[in-house]
Each structure stands twice: as structure tokens, then as C-alpha cells.
Design a protein around this ligand. Structure first.
Ligand code: FPP
Length: 257
């Protein structure tokens, strides 16, 4: 995909992905290219979060999931982790009014209970204040990692079996899915990763089983509405077959009388 075009590519409203998930990557490189500290890249990254949250809604996307902090990110230098948590708290404090004005429902996935108390407090408050909005949902993946999520889900499922609430032999994907942190969320249709890296890095590995993947060289702080529109246009050009053949998924021709 070419980097930021001047004008957003037109997206066929019929084929807009309902759920877009983004691995926001490249904040550090953006800062380094400008001789700035990494945290400046994250600060600019928060601005892009605001832009893209609006842009997705305007394009007709119903749900946007952003990989904001992974379980592995705790291993970064302590000052960077502290700064990221500070930015997150500041963002939540500042954004509540906008969420309410724009009718954005906030949700999270990941082990929220391990985040600093201040962040948790603002998350709970914002989630409660926006829970009744139904048109558009922003999901923040915080302290999230697919492997951790699966281990947590397996543990909860085993406990439910031991308590007689689930039958082991009835186990199916539909049953197990109820124990994931995304239980009540639809699977992502499109996963985008910025910054030219072509990995999923422990993000929505099960939920993204049938997602279309789009990788763009644009660094997250530079990512624009036009880039999002281009990724959606690329999605619209793809054929999603879910294991079927091309012929099987084509609508049957209208019967002639
Ligand atoms: C990856 O870039 C980005 C992160 C690990 C953090 C993403 C966080 C934000 C965009 C800001 C906080 C989020 C919210 C929702 C307020 P990197 O640092 O790995 O970049 P690099 O690969 O170029 O070093």
C-alpha cells in the first residue's frame, strides 16, 4: 500500500470492514528519525489514535480495536512504561467528553487488573459512562497478549467444567470462545499493522483466524485517514472464502422465468 495519499481512497460502503484492528507500530522510529526521545513518538501516537478513532467512524467502521500495550511491553525501560501509562491516563481523562459527544462506547481486552490504579479507575469510569452507546465501539487492548488470553480462558473453562457448569464433551469453538476476553465482540475483519513490520506479535491470533491482513510502511504517528481508507479499499478488493471455493461464495444467478 502506498504511504499517505493526499485524498482518502473512495470506499464502497457495502464492503467497509465492520471491525478493524490495528497494531500501532513505529512510534520509536518516528521519534528517532527526528532526533526526539521515544516518548515524543508515543505522544504523537496518541494524536493519531484520536484521528483514526474519528476516521474509522466516518468511514462506517463499527468497531476499532487498538493494540495499545502488550503483555511483553512491560519489559521496556521503566521510564518508557511509566510514560506510556501516564499518556494513557491523560488520554482517558481528556477523551471522556469526546466519547460522550460522539457516542463512542469504550471497551478493553487484556489483563486490566495489572495496570496502575489510576489507569484502572479512569478505564472503569469511561467504560461505565459509555456502555449504552451501540453504534461504534473503541476497544483498547491493554496488557493484552493472545497466549496469555488463551491460558486464562483455558483455566476458566476447566474451572467451569470442574464446577459442573460446562460439559467437557460438548466443548466446541463456540463454547471456548465465551471464555476469551473478546467473548461478546465480533472477530476482526481487517487487521492493519503500521511501520513495515509483517508480524502479528501475539495480537488476536484466534480471533483473526479469517481476518484480512494489511501491512503498511507508514509509521503510526504519520498514519492518516487516507491510509485507513486505503487499507479499507484493499480489504474491499479481497475475496473472503472461509475455506470455501470462489464459486461457492458467489451469489447464485437469478433464476430466469
Ligand atoms: C509501538 O511503537 C507502539 C507501542 C508499543 C505503544 C502504542 C501506544 C500509543 C500509540 C500511545 C498510547 C495509546 C493510547 C490508546 C492512548 P514502538 O515504540 O514499538 O515503535 P518502534 O518499533 O519504532 O520502536
Amino acid at each position: 500500500m502506498p504511504p499517505s495519499a493526499a485524498r482518502p481512497a473512495p470506499v464502497d460502503r457495502e464492503k467497509v470492514p465492520a471491525h478493524v484492528a490495528i497494531i500501532m507500530d513505529g512510534n520509536g522510529r518516528w521519534a528517532r528519525q527526528r532526533g526526539l526521545p521515544r516518548i515524543e513518538g508515543h505522544r504523537r501516537g496518541v494524536e493519531t489514535v484520536r484521528t483514526v478513532t474519528n476516521a474509522a467512524r466516518e468511514l462506517g467502521v463499527r468497531m476499532l480495536t487498538l493494540y495499545a500495550f502488550s503483555v511483553e511491553n512491560w519489559k521496556r525501560p521503566q521510564d518508557e512504561v511509566g510514560a506510556l501509562m501516564g499518556l494513557l491516563e491523560f488520554y482517558l481523562k481528556k477523551e471522556l467528553k469526546t466519547f460522550v459527544k460522539d457516542r463512542v462506547r469504550l471497551r478493553t481486552i487484556g489483563r486490566i487488573e495489572d495496570l496502575p490504579a489510576g489507569v484502572q479507575k479512569h478505564l472503569r469510569h469511561t467504560i461505565a459512562e459509555t456502555a449504552h452507546f451501540t453504534d461504534y465501539t473503541l476497544v483498547l487492548a491493554l496488557n493484552y497478549g493472545s497466549r496469555t488470553e488463551v491460558v486464562d480462558a483455558a483455566r476458566a473453562y476447566a474451572a467451569a467444567v470442574a464446577a459442573g457448569k460446562e460439559k467437557l464433551n460438548d466443548g466446541s469453538w463456540t463454547t471456548f470462545n465465551r471464555y476469551l476476553s473478546t467473548a461478546d465482540l465480533p472477530d476482526p475483519d481487517l487487521i492493519i499493522r503500521t511501520s513495515g513490520e509483517t508480524r502479528l506479535s501475539n495480537f488476536l491470533l484466534l480471533q483473526g483466524a479469517y481476518a484480512e491482513l494489511v501491512f503498511t510502511p507508514v509509521l503510526w504517528p504519520d498514519f492518516t485517514k487516507a491510509d485507513l481508507a486505503e487499507a479499507c479499499a484493499e480489504y474491499a478488493r479481497r475475496e473472503r472464502r472461509y475455506g470455501l471455493t470462489s464459486e461457492q461464495i458467489k451469489p447464485a444467478p437469478a433464476a430466469s422465468s
